[in-house]
Write a protein that binds this ligand. Structure first.
Ligand code: HDE
Length: 746
């Protein structure tokens, strides 16, 4: 019999789980799990092939000719007998599964989670108590509204779904990069998504909320106002998946060995800090590189820059459930960190790219009900609805209840129960018993008591009438929207204003625009006035609105907005929360990308020094030349990997132009000037040395700040080294207070 070379190593036994793809999480890293029954993943698997394998059909027959179909004569008709052709085309015809109705576009990576300190006072979950374990994880990031083929940088919430392969089964924390949600009850979710998705008659617009149906729904759903502030903020334009926070959103429970329950909110805090793009950049990137985020993650991990987050928890005792002026079961509310601080308890590292997009990233199936003993649900009505929805979705998406047997979805621990059969059953169970109670098989598998680690639901006392209603305590819809607005810096507020001006200007129905302005007026006068002004709508006269209209477009806009605050409610007395602003986030050049503009005659030593310093700092760079390939410079040659025609400044975090004669040639190039002007306008670090200082001057209008706020210029010979280091240090930072921004033509 012919045997594929990968097959010969494989354990061919019919033991449960004996054949998992090598793409599955590697159990070897799970130090804590000593279960002898645990399936061993073979180093190679019959499910995996590589390019050097002999070509076969799907049942292993060797194929001699895969280039020509079987014909009756060289010029004759193709024969139905050609099973090689039919198998290949039929496989192809069925190569897609239904895309996710939400979160269709995503990218994922493997990694692991390590706990800093045991949380045994709060929970029995091994993943949160065993500090010696390294728990494998698979994390999928996604946009919500767009289809699979849409662009990464659409203004949208990002999904942040974490699957942990723990010794007690899989724990899925299916969260977002925003801590709250649009609606309070799951029964409204289909309406929300129908309103956000392309309009059903015209299938327009793709991956965008800027249209009538979305704002029609929001304007009639005041509970969405807090979330609206978040989605109009820079949070929906992340610079990188690795520079986003993650949130479990809902209130969950932790339950300890004594059966005591504590409410908990989960957070992921990125070690690279939280950073964003600007809207203009995001739009350009959608054209230049729709795969921007997935490429960034792939390249970063490939070059050894793992993405890292700390797991944070906010906890609240059962006794304090009713302590605040917001309801902890309401997913449109966050717990201000000033009120309930985040305790950082562990670290997640993503350091391995998937082997196969479809087998892993597309087929991974998250489910909010995948919790482990010691973690339980609250009565948040949004979470309760999700607890039905995810399994239901996976059944229709993956076509069979056996999707849990796919390598990426399989837990690393033994699965044993009496469930059998169904489409695509992969496990070969042995014996006569597939029911319980059963004496024929020694009562195996048998239930596990809670004392021995079996999952048991927290016995919360529930008593109430059967009723379709919402608690009064869910009624405040503007308090935390104000808290968020108050907490933003001037430039962040300006970005929110501009986002709303843009989005609502795309709404054709005037009544919807007006309703939205009215809602904004309940958040902040000046915010509403500025949006109203751009829409040509009127606001009731007030001091703030008159003042705001006067400054709608002025240089001082951000400064004045910084002072525009509103007294809040539903926030436990916290009026402003530093944790909500991105202003004070750590910055570093790590994971950033720098464009180095060059032309013949450029100073090659400066480029080499810069590249060295960037590599040391964990940053990437590309040489952008007049053409691809070698460019002769002063002191050697450089290889250009991009050209001004295919490298938009939007794809880079900073730009550097070395000195030397080449600067003269660049000065004559409009594209080079636009490159610098746009980088300036978007607040990015700019480094110009020697002769290139003149190029920058030419690119910017009078009054632009040339020597500070992220512009590093070194005209003096001998000071280049310091200038290069200063530039590298500022690569991860945006400089919002630059002057003359509105005069920059880019
Ligand atoms: Fe989801 N959501 N969702 N969601 N969600 C899905 O499941 C749903 C909600 C989130 O990378 C679907 O497998 C309902 C909140 C992420 O594969 C579906 C409700 C949050 C992902 C579904 C919500 C999320 C999904 C579509 C309201 C943040 C992507 C495909 C009750 C806490 C997971 C799928 C991945 C995916 C239903 C609300 C996050 C249809 C009914 C709130 C990150 O089952």
């Amino acid at each position: 019999m012919f045997m594929n070379k990968n097959q010969k190593d494989v354990d061919q036994s019919d033991k449960v789980g004996s054949a998992m793809g090598s793409s599955a999480p590697k159990p070897t890293s799970m130090k804590g799990n000593k279960n002898p029954e645990q399936p061993q993943i073979p180093a190679s698997s019959p499910l995996r092939t590589d390019d050097s394998s002999p070509l076969t059909t799907n049942v292993g027959q060797p194929i001699a000719d895969d280039q020509n179909s079987l014909k009756a004569g060289e010029r004759g008709p193709v024969l139905l007998e050609d099973y090689v052709l039919r198998e290949k085309l039929q496989h192809f015809d069925h190569e897609r599964i239904p895309e996710r109705i939400v979160h269709a576009r995503g990218a994922a990576a493997h990694g692991y989670f390590e706990l800093y300190e045991s949380l045994q006072d709060l929970t029995t979950a091994k993943v949160l108590t065993d500090t010696s374990a390294q728990t494998p994880v698979f994390v999928r990031f996604s946009t919500v509204a767009g289809s699979r083929g849409s662009a990464d940088t659409a203004r949208d919430v990002r999904g942040f779904a974490v699957k942990m392969y723990t010794p007690e089964g899989n724990w899925d924390l299916v969260g977002n990069n925003i801590p709250v949600f649009f609606i309070q009850d799951a029964i409204k979710f289909p309406d929300l998504i129908h309103a956000a998705k392309p309009e059903p008659d015209r299938e327009i617009p793709q991956a965008a909320t800027a249209h009538d149906t979305f704002y029609d729904f929001l304007s009639l759903t005041p509970e969405s106002m807090h979330m609206l502030m978040w989605i109009m903020s820079d949070r929906t334009l992340p610079r990188s998946f690795g520079m986003m926070e993650g949130f479990g959103v809902h209130t969950f429970r932790l339950v300890n060995a004594a059966g005591k329950s504590t409410f908990v909110k989960f957070h992921w805090k990125p070690l690279l800090g939280v950073h964003s793009l600007v809207w203009d950049e995001a739009q350009q990137i959608a054209g230049h590189d729709p795969d921007f985020h997935r490429r960034d993650m792939w390249d970063s991990i490939k070059m050894g820059n793992a993405f890292e987050w700390e797991l944070g928890i906010q906890t609240l005792s059962e006794e304090d459930e009713q302590k605040f002026d917001f309801d902890i079961l309401d997913a449109t509310k966050l717990w201000p960190e000033e009120l309930l601080p985040v305790r950082r308890v562990g670290k997640m590292t993503l350091n391995r790219n998937p082997d196969n997009y479809f087998a892993e990233t597309e087929q991974v199936a998250f489910n909010t009900t995948n919790v482990v003993p010691g973690i339980d649900f609250s009565n948040d009505p949004l979470l309760q609805g999700r607890n039905f929805s995810y399994l239901d979705t996976q059944l229709s998406r993956l076509g069979s209840p056996n999707f849990t047997e796919l390598p990426i979805n399989r837990p690393l621990v033994q699965v044993s129960n009496n469930q059998r059969d169904a489409q695509m059953r992969y496990t070969i169970n042995k014996g006569r018993v597939s029911y319980a109670p059963a004496s024929l098989d020694g009562h195996s598998p048998d239930e596990v008591t809670p004392a021995r680690g079996g999952f048991t639901s927290y016995p919360e006392r529930v008593n109430g009438p059967k009723i379709r209603a919402r608690s009064q305590s869910f009624n405040d819809h503007y308090g935390q929207a104000k808290l968020f607005w108050n907490s933003m810096s001037g430039p962040e507020k300006e970005h929110i204003v501009k986002a709303l001006q843009f989005e609502l200007s795309m709404v054709e129905t005037r009544a919807v625009r007006q309703r939205m302005v009215e809602h904004l007026g309940k958040v902040n006068d000046m915010l509403a006035a500025q949006v109203a002004a751009a829409l040509g709508e009127t606001m009731p006269e007030s001091d703030a609105s008159t003042k705001a209209r006067g400054t709608a477009d002025s240089v001082d806009g951000a400064k004045q907005l910084a002072d525009a605050t509103s007294p809040t409610t539903a926030s436990g007395g916290v009026q402003q929360s530093k944790a909500l602003s991105m202003e004070n986030q750590p910055t570093s050049p790590k994971g950033r990308k720098v464009a180095i503009l060059v032309a013949a005659g450029i100073d090659v030593n400066q480029v080499k020094q810069l590249q060295q310093a960037l590599t040391k700092a964990g940053a990437m760079s590309e040489i952008v030349g007049p053409h691809l390939g070698m460019i002769a410079g002063d002191g050697g040659e450089l290889e250009a990997t991009k050209t001004l025609a295919n490298a938009s400044p939007a794809l880079f975090d900073a730009v550097f132009v070395p000195g030397g004669k080449g600067a003269e040639a660049l000065k004559k190039k409009g594209d080079a000037q636009v490159f610098l002007a746009q980088s300036y306008k978007h607040g990015k670090a700019i480094g110009v040395l020697g002769e290139s200082v003149e190029l920058l001057k030419k690119a910017l209008p009078d009054g632009a700040s040339l020597t500070k706020m992220g512009v590093v210029s070194g005209a003096d010979a001998g000071k280049e080294k310091q200038a290069i280091q200063n530039f590298v240090d500022s690569v991860g930072t945006r400089h919002w207070s630059r002057t003359a921004l509105e005069h920059v033509a880019a």
